[in-house]
Write a protein of this length. Structure first.
Length: 65
């Protein structure tokens, strides 16, 4: 969806946006809530944080944290 005010599905730009937003919050729950507002669904998996685009919930990739 939107990363840095532009529509993109480039995982590098999305990753940068997500990590910048993560630095602004105190908890992972707050981060996930904020990202839902931007149109991203974050789900913790064994491989890291799975990133999906809402409302279709289509997986874009995984962040290794």
């Amino acid at each position: 969806m939107f990363a840095e005010n532009k529509l993109t599905e480039d995982m590098n730009e999305v990753r940068s946006f997500l990590l910048n937003e993560r630095a602004k919050v105190l908890s992972e729950a707050e981060w996930r809530f904020r990202m839902r507002g931007y149109g991203y669904n974050l789900r913790r998996t064994d491989g890291g944080m799975e990133v999906a685009r809402l409302p279709q919930n289509r997986v874009l990739g995984t962040l290794e944290l």
